[in-house]
Design a protein around this ligand. Structure first.
Ligand SMILES: Nc1ncnc2c1ncn2[C@@H]1O[C@H](COP(=O)(O)OP(=O)(O)OP(=O)(O)O)[C@@H](O)[C@H]1O
Ligand SMILES: [Mg+2]
Length: 262
């Protein structure tokens, strides 16, 4: 048996009295693109943030290539997490910086190049990243607020792949985009993952995207991953909860707080 690229066991996280993750177990083999679905507020972003080290879990194990991240020395934790690139929900670009400076920021954080001595190389790498996501040099000097939603996602993707990470996270990469732009961004994501040979986790509410990006899929519900399977089975999983969610049915086992009755 091979060691999974990512292995998670018994991961728990509460905020005050609110238990968000109550025991996540997940193996992601190298080269897999895992799609995670689940209701708003179910803890999908918190799960990614725990793996990234932005949220400290209460309990559990996170391993990258068999190495226990949470129990590693701080410097080693940093090294392991540098292998992860993330496209944040809402792209999360710095609005006070130009597009190219956003990319340079990502590159400085991830690559071994020296910020001053290798300035020229970093600049070239930043422009290469722009081209990789289908943007031309004319957007380099713009601020993210001057870009359309689709362009912002492209810049977010370019920043995520800076430093050629072998693990990529995408948090709702197509939310807010029209169906055609969603398909284009999904295509870029699939290309980037393939080119880098990365292992990916993508969170999405869009079933078309889920099937384009994912090879595997899992559903987060009431703090646990209650179903895992092939992404192509999402719409006919045979699991009542997954079926209700993926078909958007109001009636079913999923408990929705304060759902108004019309
Ligand atoms: N830093 C925090 N402090 C307190 N509560 C938090 C924090 N981060 C997340 N939460 C809570 O954890 C729960 C899960 O949040 P999370 O952002 O992971 O949801 P999500 O599944 O990503 O939802 P969405 O699909 O809307 O993005 C929410 O109730 C949220 O309010
Ligand atoms: Mg979220």
């Amino acid at each position: 048996m091979t060691t999974p690229r990512l292995r998670i066991r018994g991961l728990k996280k509460s905020f005050g009295p609110k238990a968000v993750l109550t025991g996540i177990d997940l193996d992601i083999e190298q080269g897999t693109s895992m799609v995670i679905i689940g209701g708003s507020g179910s803890g999908k972003s918190v799960l990614l943030r725990c793996i990234l080290g932005l949220v400290l879990p209460d309990e559990g194990i996170i391993e990258i290539d068999g190495e226990d991240v949470l129990r590693a020395r701080p410097q080693r934790q940093e090294e392991l997490r540098r292998r992860i690139g993330m496209l944040f929900q809402n792209a999360a670009l710095f609005d006070s910086m130009s597009v190219i400076d956003n990319l340079l920021f990502g590159l400085r954080a991830k690559s071994s190049l020296h910020p001053r001595r290798d300035k020229e190389k970093l600049q070239q790498a930043a422009f290469r990243l722009l081209a990789q996501v289908g943007l031309d040099d004319s957007v380099a000097a713009l601020n993210p607020s001057e870009l359309s939603g689709g362009m912002q996602k492209r810049v977010g993707l370019a920043r995520a792949i800076a430093g050629r990470p072998d693990i990529l996270f995408f948090d709702e990469p197509t939310t807010g985009l029209d169906p055609i732009m969603s398909a284009i961004i999904d295509g870029l994501i699939v290309n980037c993952v393939k080119k880098l040979g990365s292992t990916a986790i993508a969170i999405t509410h869009d079933m078309a995207s889920a099937q384009r990006i994912g090879t595997q899929a899992a559903m987060l519900y009431e703090g646990k991953l209650i179903w895992k399977g092939a992404a192509q089975d999402l719409l006919h999983s045979g699991n009542e909860i997954v079926d209700q969610f993926t078909h958007g049915r109001r009636e079913g086992p999923i408990h929705i707080e304060a759902a108004p009755t019309l």
